[in-house]
Design a protein. Structure first.
Ligand SMILES: Nc1ncnc2c1ncn2[C@@H]1O[C@H](COP(=O)(O)OP(=O)(O)OP(=O)(O)O)[C@@H](O)[C@H]1O
Length: 289
């Protein structure tokens, strides 16, 4: 079943030099239990897609047209009050920089409590235990110590795990992650992505993940969206797009990093027991290169 359906999304930024159209009619679906990756060079519009969908665009950005149906309802037509309930409860968001998502002056426990209270529930013993269990599931070794502490006491990897635990806290049906591991070293990156995938597939929830890294897509995603210059130039199952890319831009991207065959091998066969770090296959702007 379709969890998220984005149709003809157009997003613009009103700048001093005029209107910049950042997204030109983007359409795609994310189904239940599906992990969909968005790739494309810097500035192609990846973050703008996810921020448009959950209406977290910073001014001067605005959605000029289109729809984003989540469980059948158009998020873009909802009032902010209703959206605030959906964010966190039904859609979990993991930002690129975990420290930007954490409050520096509140203990981690208090931040979990605020999530619970924002959705009209009490942060009782069971709710606290749920936070501890999620922190444990995301690989936080000493969750009791972490919940008592502050964000600045955490390493980048630990902070991202905490943010993931917070994003999953209300058991959302969709998790949106914007370059969730860019700031992390390879081993931690892999652990965080493994955790996200496990917690996603166990519950049948869907995930939309923005990444620069084709290796991440090859290893973790079911389908991929390829962005170029604000346009969705290709989309489909990773096994098809990476092996038989149709759009010339996708072809050049794949050629610029590694042959398509080698890419799929690197993800599935070069790491059969899942012990190696995620292969780093960064996108470059091959048109300009
Ligand atoms: N605050 C802003 N003001 C004006 N234009 C913006 C703003 N933010 C984004 N844009 C425009 O939107 C385009 C897409 O930006 P976006 O951040 O979505 O790209 P991205 O693919 O996520 O890049 P990156 O990989 O570097 O994060 C940019 O090229 C820029 O033209």
């Amino acid at each position: 079943m379709t969890r998220l359906q984005v149709q003809d999304l157009v997003t613009e930024f009103d700048t001093r030099n005029g209107v910049i159209r950042a997204l030109h009619g983007i359409s795609f679906d994310v189904g239940d239990s599906e992990i969909v990756g968005i790739v494309g060079e810097s500035g192609s519009g990846k973050s703008t897609i996810v921020r448009s969908v959950i209406k977290l665009l910073m001014p001067p950005g605005r959605v000029a047209a289109g729809a984003a149906h989540f469980n059948g309802r158009n998020l873009l037509e909802m009032r902010e009050r209703e959206l605030r309930q959906i964010r966190g409860r039904d859609i979990g968001f993991v930002a690129q920089n975990p420290f930007s998502a954490l409050n520096p002056v509140l203990r981690i426990e208090k931040q979990f409590a605020n999530i619970v209270k924002a959705h009209g529930q009490r942060f009782n013993h069971g709710a606290r235990q749920h936070a501890i269990d999620l922190l444990t599931a995301t690989g936080v070794g000493d969750p009791e110590r972490v919940v008592h502490g502050y964000a600045h006491e955490l390493s980048g990897g630990m902070a991202q795990r905490v943010v993931i635990a917070m994003a999953l806290y209300m058991n959302p049906g969709l998790v949106i992650a914007d370059e969730p591991t860019t700031a992390l070293d390879l081993t931690v990156q892999r652990q965080v992505l493994d955790t996200l995938r496990r917690l996603t597939s166990e519950s049948g929830r869907a995930m939309l993940i923005v990444t620069h890294d084709l290796g991440v897509v090859a290893k973790y995603c079911d389908r991929v969206l390829v962005m170029y210059n604000g346009r969705l130039v290709e989309q489909g199952p990773v096994s098809e797009v990476f092996v038989r890319p149709q759009d010339p831009y996708t072809v050049s991207l794949l050629e610029s990093v590694v042959s398509a065959g080698a890419l799929s091998l690197s993800a599935e066969e070069a790491d059969p027991d899942g012990t190696a770090a995620v292969p780093q296959i960064q996108l470059t702007d091959s048109r300009r290169a």
